[in-house]
Design a protein around this ligand. Structure first.
Ligand SMILES: Nc1ncnc2c1ncn2[C@@H]1O[C@H](COP(=O)(O)OP(=O)(O)O)[C@@H](O)[C@H]1O
Ligand SMILES: [Mg+2]
Length: 387
């Protein structure tokens, strides 16, 4: 069985890095279980950076800290209002309690009551006139918490929160600040659009609720890349071994994007054997195929010449460059500037640049467009030429 699966979030046992986040959750859980006070955290990340994986890890930590906790994950699958969010949460709590006969029937009855109200609130009922008017979402929320008063800890993970209606993001603040009878760990994850929404001046009170508890989960460091490649082997007791050169090569090709690391891991892994840089380079086309749905959304408007320029830079095998390195790689200042505008390169100081995108993106587009005159295979040659 393949220990790497880019289409699935990492299991808690195979989850790598993000130590700051894990520390925060551990501390929050100590506070929650000792003085019954809750906390809230916010995770940001690009697609495939590991938001869902991180929420699963949070849930595992909660389970370890307090076994009888009620833990729900609420992924927003489409644009949602605050009412839909609360209903989703109440419904998830109800489902979770249904599988927990050990929990008191009082809790279950109370939640059933709340969810019965909520069904009316959605307008699902045919003849709403015969029934009480729909509850306000905040009332529903309070009722649900009230029903959980005897639960040791309630953990709510809201995934893909950028799908909350723009005017409704304040519900997150309300939720985090409710004076709750059950300690609540609220973990919210969203893409860059959520961060954008929350950085507007009107949203600053919402952002303040999460201050000190915001985690921008970006690319892996080299050490995290190594951990992400090794952890699934440990947790599945597999005998393959990643050579340092192979890890470095994957780190370079993927720029540490977790989803891409997973694709390269899947493509290059050979059970029971050492995996070396050559194996990684041989597996590049396979890895690019695995990652194609992610890769094709990057740089959709680049010209062939942009892609050639990106490939030349990527083939240098480094992350930081001087203008002279770029010139030597055949880039004229016009193309350097185009790569800067496209977000491939960033100018860090006068005459100094940094690579911002994964070389895999360049190779993917080059292969797809048949611009294969220079490829990842030139990397070894050119990197040995650079002092
Ligand atoms: N911390 C991590 N450790 C190991 N693998 C990870 C980690 N974060 C993400 N991944 C891998 O990256 C891929 C995308 O992760 P996912 O959680 O689905 O991202 P997102 O929810 O941000 O789109 C998955 O294959 C997952 O296994
Ligand atoms: Mg996700």
């Amino acid at each position: 069985m393949q220990p790497y699966d880019p289409q699935k979030p990492a299991t808690p046992g195979a989850f790598a890095g993000r130590h700051e986040l894990i520390e925060f959750v551990r501390t929050s859980l100590e506070v929650a279980t000792s003085v019954r006070r809750g906390s809230a955290l916010l995770l940001f990340g690009y697609r495939g950076s590991g938001k869902t994986s991180a929420l699963r890890k949070v849930q595992a930590l909660v389970r370890d800290a307090a076994r009888d906790s009620v833990i729900v994950e609420v992924p927003l699958r489409f644009q949602s209002s605050e009412t839909m969010l609360i209903l989703g949460i109440v419904e998830a709590i109800r489902r979770q309690l249904a599988s927990r006969p050990r929990l008191g029937s009082r809790v279950r009855r109370a939640v059933e009551r709340v969810s019965a109200v909520s069904v009316l609130g959605t307008g699902i009922q045919r003849e709403p006139a015969q029934h009480p008017p729909p509850s306000h979402p905040v009332t529903l929320w309070n009722d649900a918490l009230e029903a959980m008063a005897r639960v040791p800890l309630l953990c709510i993970c809201i995934d893909d929160a950028e799908l909350l209606d723009a005017g409704h993001v304040a519900i997150l603040k309300t939720m985090a600040e409710t004076d709750s009878p059950v300690p609540l760990l609220l973990a919210v994850a969203g893409g860059p659009e959520l961060m954008e929404q929350l950085s507007r001046p009107v949203a600053s009170p919402i952002l303040r609720v999460f201050s000190g508890a915001m985690f921008d989960i970006g690319q892996f460091s080299l050490a995290e890349t190594q951990e992400a490649l090794e952890a699934p082997l440990k947790s599945n007791r597999r005998a393959g071994r990643w050579d340092t050169s192979a890890v470095e090569s994957i780190y370079h090709l993927t720029h540490g994007y977790p989803y891409l690391v997973q694709c390269f891991g899947a493509a290059a892994y050979r059970d029971g054997q050492p995996i070396r840089e050559d194996d990684v380079l041989t597996a590049v086309p396979k890895a690019l195929r695995l990652a194609s749905s992610w890769l094709e959304r990057e740089l959709p408007n680049a010209s062939d010449q942009d892609i050639r320029a990106f490939v030349s830079v990527a083939s240098l095998g480094r992350i930081e460059f001087r203008s002279s390195d770029l010139t030597r790689a055949g880039l004229n200042p016009v193309y350097t500037q185009r790569l800067v505008s496209a977000g491939v390169l960033r100018r860090v100081a006068r005459g100094r640049y940094e690579l911002r995108m994964a070389p895999a993106i360049a190779y993917f587009h080059a292969l797809r467009r048949g611009l294969t005159d220079s490829t990842w295979e030139t990397r070894r040659r050119s990197s040995s030429e650079i002092p």
